[in-house]
Design a protein around this ligand. Structure first.
Ligand SMILES: NC(=O)c1ccc[n+]([C@@H]2O[C@H](COP(=O)([O-])OP(=O)(O)OC[C@H]3O[C@@H](n4cnc5c(N)ncnc54)[C@H](O)[C@@H]3O)[C@@H](O)[C@H]2O)c1
Length: 346
């Protein structure tokens, strides 16, 4: 059985569907902040639980762990820094300690696939968009933002636990910014929100100068990479970081590209507007994703065109209600502020 923490989230809900389709048994542990996206299934167990108080029972009969739970972007981490540290570092370490103890007790390897992020590479020092530094896994990193800093701290904790226990097999999967359709949808990710705005207003707004670089990744390639890592030889992955990227784009280039996909497919003209009054595009990083291909033969080949079309079609069908742009459920920071943390003093 595979334990998927945060399995009811955007990435998790796609991954769990794929694992079930492969015949796996899956246990999801999730606070269910965004609800439970799964219909009942005989090989799926969904536990509403908070990883900040991990239970040994969650690891019973488990063969591997995919740890996705936590705060999953910069705005939520900045809004709730304490919750961010507790969920992203403390909970990750606690669960890893339990996993390491289990591997020792069973005298059996236990792999722990950790949802890290390419944003660990973002630092003002390598954000010079004119002379972009192409980041690889072996480069020294020192992220400064709340979110990426806690992801890096969690990586370090996992490697420290692995140093003391050869049966504990952590893997650090540094994913690019994800796009694509999923049972629990997010519209706070760049391609998804561009598609939403194009559908709603026939217009995309790029904040700042739009020159910032972003590594992007299809949600199905994210899920497939976890599945690949579940059966990869342990000696090739133990303690390794892998970047997972389809392609790096400049944000402005991406906006034009999304507009073009829509115009060609639906004949709807989309205007790309620039709002220079804010500088949201200043966060820039360019990431090389060749190591996972070189080491394991896995590559993230899916591009964004199919994702844009499938999201547009889902919007047309009304899958997300009539005004998804106003529904806080699809925007992590709004959901956290308006529901999860509502009434909690900042
Ligand atoms: N989506 C991306 O572009 C992206 C890119 C790189 C890395 N990641 C990482 O991948 C993981 C999954 O991302 P996502 O987009 O699916 O995010 P998501 O916000 O959709 O899902 C996170 C899930 O974790 C659950 N959760 C949060 N704190 C928890 C806790 N303390 N205990 C139990 N459950 C908890 C939430 O209820 C939610 O279902 C995250 O760790 C994120 O940081 C995501």
């Amino acid at each position: 059985m595979i334990l998927v923490t945060g399995g009811a989230g955007y990435v998790g809900s796609v991954l769990v569907g794929e694992l079930l389709a492969l015949g796996e048994r899956v246990r999801v542990v999730d606070t269910l902040w965004f609800g439970n996206p799964f219909p009942p299934h005989e090989r799926l167990e969904v536990i509403e639980g908070d990883l900040r108080q991990p239970q040994t029972a969650w690891l019973e009969d488990i063969d591997a762990i995919v740890h996705l739970a936590g705060l999953s972007n910069d705005p939520t981490a900045d809004f709730a820094p304490e919750l961010n540290s507790e969920s992203n570092v403390y909970a990750t370490r606690q669960l890893a300690e339990l996993a390491a103890a289990k591997s020792r007790a069973d005298d059996k390897e236990l792999r722990y696939l950790f949802a890290s992020t390419c944003s660990v590479y973002y630092a003002p020092a390598n954000a010079d968009e004119a002379n972009v530094t192409v980041m690889t896994e072996d480069m020294p990193i020192a992220p400064t933002a709340n979110y990426s800093k806690t992801k890096r701290l969690a990586e370090i904790e996992l490697l420290r636990i692995a140093d003391k226990n050869p049966l504990f097999v952590p893997v650090l999967l540094r994913k690019g910014t994800i796009f694509g359709l999923g049972p629990r949808m997010r519209f706070d990710l760049v391609v998804n929100v561009f598609t939403l705005h194009a559908w709603k207003n026939q217009q995309l707004t790029v904040h700042g100068h739009g020159e910032a670089w972003r590594p992007l990744l299809h949600i199905r390639d994210a899920a497939d990479a976890y599945i690949h890592l579940l059966s990869a030889p342990a000696d090739k992955i133990r303690g390794e970081a892998f970047n997972l990227v389809h392609k790096n784009y400049r944000v402005l280039e991406l906006a034009h590209w999304v507009a073009e996909v829509i115009e060609q497919r639906y004949g709807v003209e989309i205007r790309v507007k620039r709002d220079r009054s804010t500088n949201a595009g200043a966060r820039s990083y360019y990431v090389n994703g060749e190591k996972i291909q070189r080491t394991l033969g896995f590559s993230a080949d899916r591009g964004a065109a199919e994702a844009v079309v499938s999201i547009w079609d889902a919007l047309e069908r009304g899958d997300f209600g009539i005004e998804p742009d106003k529904d806080p459920r699809f925007f992590n920071i709004r959901w956290l502020r308006e529901t999860v943390m509502a009434g909690v003093p900042a």
